[in-house]
Ligand binder design. Structure first.
Ligand code: C2E
Ligand code: CA
Ligand code: CA
Length: 773
């Protein structure tokens, strides 16, 4: 059921109460009036009955007297005795006139009519009421109501005695209209006389017309009740009947009737008045309801509308309810402030849902939606991923709070440019400029982004890498854009190309990297036969003998084929499982060292370690346990570390390397000259060998610059008490130069490429006496 409006409810309530009250009053008054009317009617009927009975009795007495005068009259007696009809007739006439009788008659003792005046009774005819005559004989007289020629008469009959009865005299009065009019005047009620024979009316006279009389008689037994009096017009008369006589098979009744309409005519006026008052009250109720609705209901309706708007997220409308009640205005101001609070909170929630907490630019989820909409527009745009180069280092070196400040400031700078700004993950931001940008524009933006950041504690000089995706050709959806942006930024971090466009090859390389990770993990777990360790001898230039060799890993994968260690070692480092590779290398190297030893070759195997290996505290115990297992001492192993790897936490790296040195292992710094460490820094490292990178050696015989570099590196190394290994020696000229400059060791294709352990043993046996230079 639909909810009723407050205004309607109020109106119905007020109107209902008023109507109910009016109705109750009307019914009560009506019932009281009816009771009163009934009582009044009963009383007046009773009075009328008494009066009527009294007057009929009086008439009877009068009749008896008159008849007595007639029957006592001597002349009359004599005329009867002599059957002098003429005298009898004149006596009857005179007498009748004197007392205003309607019928005077004389009946013989044998019951035959002698004469009558007026001549209603036929002479010599037998009188129709023999019972009456018998009563006269018995009692000397009788009184009765009789019907004669369709008229009702009250008759008195007396015997005419002289002294023996001679005849019977009859004096009669007609009960006619005049009489009942007279009765009506006395009783003030409509009067009807009715004669019934076997309950069928055979005679009636009435002050009512025939129709009314029929109604009055038919309604004899109905009572007055408020319902029928009010709602039906059937009851017109309240009547009461009493019996005048019941003899000769006739029943004579008098019916007194009161006109009900007349009885209630006063009350009808009252009823009308009450009705009018009720109507006025209903009007008043309508007015009151309207007033009330103005004061209360309408504001409530408006508040409800406001609440509906709020629920639909429309907070723009405010409500002012002037002139309403205090409670309503309190409610409306509460609504207004609720609306403001909800709006503020919702804005906050929406802001939080869409923005990154740290940087306040869009978060990844929201920018995804925004970008997807942008893709739908199908107009080309540029998406630039921005990453702090070496963000991990910044966090490590300056602490996370400074790292956060850097990112915040960078995001602020990105957001200050026109376009969309968002943070994707960690130190990765996204900028989608509104307009087209040339490469110069991008370079200018990069410059601004790289302005030094003063965190209050330190000033950080940062470098950013930028990955560029031209959409929709480089990416067709937000998800694709994120994935490819990730690839580009990874690549530019890894390759140190600070601005890099997305290309198909990048993705292919990325996918290859993924499959390398999967395959390498598999290999390490269950297909270690795919791995091989090759050895490349190092020639001791002082003795001309080979006393050491570098172990270099080889991987021939069933699916990927041969994968260069340059590729998979870096990937295993990044993917975090280089330790497992190193473990395999060390175990294999120690097994092979035992093989060399068995072949009578005393060889120190150099193993390459990555930075993670250096930091791994379990590595040294592992190495020691294996050496013990194969009954080899520390001189069978040495280690090579790339200097750049150690920069992140030099202090701990130095500690760990010291532990290696303390065990007696030789440590070489690999790829020297390619990183950014200085000699001063080298001084602090617990190393005893320096390995000049092959890039300086490969063309040493011809390249003057390389010659200068290598020569001075050798000198410098010697001043630090370090031996020098040159790798990448491919010709005898280079070898000769190195030897001349006092370089201690040489490694390169000229002597041998990296070869499997068996080949290396053979090579040794073959080259025992080779003079290399
Ligand atoms: P690296 O440590 O600098 O190894 C020397 C690289 O130079 C080797 O490449 C070797 O084959 C190559 N080489 C040696 N002499 C010559 C030469 O005369 N001419 C030329 N052109 N190249 C020469 P490889 O074996 O491909 O290894 C590449 C890199 O992979 C290594 O560089 C090293 O960083 C890494 N690596 C190899 N094996 C391992 C390993 O077992 N563990 C770790 N952590 N890294 C390894
Ligand atoms: Ca090496
Ligand atoms: Ca190298």
């Amino acid at each position: 059921m639909a909810a009723k409006s407050l205004t309607q409810s109020i109106f119905r309530l007020v109107a209902g109460v008023v109507l109910l009250t009016a109705l109750t009053i009307i019914i009560n008054v009506w019932m009281a009036a009816i009771n009163q009317a009934q009582e009044r009617l009963d009383r007046s009927l009773e009075v009328a009955q008494n009066v009527l009975e009294q007057s009929l009795n009086n008439r009877e007495k009068l009749l008896i007297n008159s008849a007595g005068v007639l029957t006592d009259d001597f002349g009359f007696k004599q005329a009867v005795a002599t059957a002098d009809v003429g005298t009898i007739e004149s006596a009857l006439l005179n007498h009748g006139e004197r007392i205003n009788a309607d019928l005077m008659a004389l009946i013989s003792l044998d019951g035959k009519n002698i004469t009558s005046s007026p001549p209603l009774l036929a002479v010599d005819e037998v009188f129709s009421y023999p019972e009456l005559l018998r009563s006269v004989f018995k009692n000397g007289g009788a009184s009765a109501l009789i019907l004669l020629h369709q008229e009702l008469y009250q008759v008195i009959m007396l015997s005419v005695d002289a002294p023996a009865p001679l005849a019977i005299a009859l004096v009669g009065f007609k009960l006619d209209d005049a009489l009942i009019t007279q009765l009506k005047n006395i009783s003030q009620l409509e009067t009807t006389i009715q004669v019934l024979e076997d309950n069928t009316s055979i005679f009636s006279i009435s002050t009512l017309n025939d129709k009314q009389m029929d109604v009055a008689i038919s309604q004899l037994n109905s009572t007055l009740d408020w319902f029928s009096s009010t709602f039906s017009s059937d009851v017109n008369f309240a009547s009461r009947q009493f019996q005048l006589a019941n003899e000769f098979g006739y029943q004579t009744n008098i019916i007194l009737s009161e006109d009900v309409d007349k009885l209630f005519s006063d009350f009808n006026a009252l009823q009308l008045t009450i009705g009018l008052i009720a109507f006025a009250a209903v009007l008043l109720a309508v007015w009151l309801a309207a007033l009330f609705s103005n004061k209360l209901a309408r504001p409530l309706v408006r508040l409800a509308e406001l609440a509906k708007n709020i629920s639909q997220g429309d907070y723009s409308k405010r409500i002012t309810l002037e002139g309403s009640t205090e409670e309503v205005s309190q409610l409306s101001s509460a609504f207004n402030s609720m609306q403001t609070n909800i709006r503020v909170r919702e804005e906050e929630i929406v802001f939080r849902a869409q923005h990154d907490i740290l940087t306040s630019v869009f978060n990844r989820y929201h920018i995804e939606t925004v970008l997807d909409e942008k893709f739908l527009l199908a107009s080309p745009f540029l998406a630039i991923g921005i990453n702090i180069f070496g963000f991990r280092d910044i966090n490590d070196i300056f602490g996370y709070s400074n790292g956060d400040l850097c990112l915040k400031e960078l995001a602020k700078r990105v957001a200050s440019f026109d376009g969309l700004a968002a943070r994707l993950t960690g130190g990765e931001l996204l900028w989608v400029p509104n307009q087209e940008l040339s490469l110069e524009d991008i370079a200018a933006v990069k410059k601004v982004l790289e302005l030094p950041i003063d965190t209050g504690e330190v000033v950080i000089n940062l470098k950013v890498v930028m990955g560029l995706l031209y959409c929709p050709s480089d990416a067709g959806s937000a998800e694709e854009l994120f994935r490819r942006m990730n690839i580009v930024l990874d690549e530019s971090q890894a390759t140190k190309q600070l601005t890099l466009n997305y290309s198909q090859q990048l993705e292919e390389r990325y996918l290859r990297r993924l499959s390398i990770i999967t395959e390498l993990k598999n290999t390490l777990k269950s297909a270690q036969h795919e791995l091989n360790l090759y050895y490349q001898p190092k020639l001791n230039l002082t003795t001309g003998k080979v006393t050491s060799a570098e172990a270099l890993i080889r991987w021939n994968n069933a699916r990927l084929g041969f994968v260069s260690p340059e590729d998979f070692i870096a990937i295993a480092e990044q993917a975090g499982f280089i330790e497992t590779v190193t473990q395999w290398v060390i175990r294999s190297a120690i097994e092979d060292a035992a093989k060399f030893k068995q072949a009578g070759i005393q060889l120190c195997i150099a193993i390459n370690l990555s930075a993670r290996d250096v930091m791994n505290t379990e590595l040294l115990p592992y190495v020691m346990a294996l050496l013990k297992e194969f009954q080899l001492d520390e001189s069978y192993l040495s280690f090579e570390i790339t200097e750049g790897d150690l920069v992140r936490d030099p202090q701990r790296a130095i500690e760990h390397l010291n532990e290696f040195r303390a065990k007696g292992f030789s440590l070489a710094i690999d790829d020297f000259g390619t990183g950014y460490s200085s000699m001063a820094y080298l001084k602090n490292l617990p190393i005893n060998i320096l390995k000049v990178d092959k890039s300086f050696v490969l063309n040493l015989n011809t390249n003057r610059g390389d010659q200068n570099i290598v020569q001075s590196v050798i000198k410098l190394a010697h001043s630090f008490n370090l031996s020098v290994v040159a790798e990448g020696v491919e010709n005898p000229e280079t070898l000769a130069l190195l030897s001349e400059w006092g370089c201690e060791y040489a490694q390169g294709y000229y002597m041998s490429k990296p070869v499997p352990v068996e080949d290396c043993i053979l090579w040794h046996l073959e080259n025992q006496n080779t003079k290399w230079c």
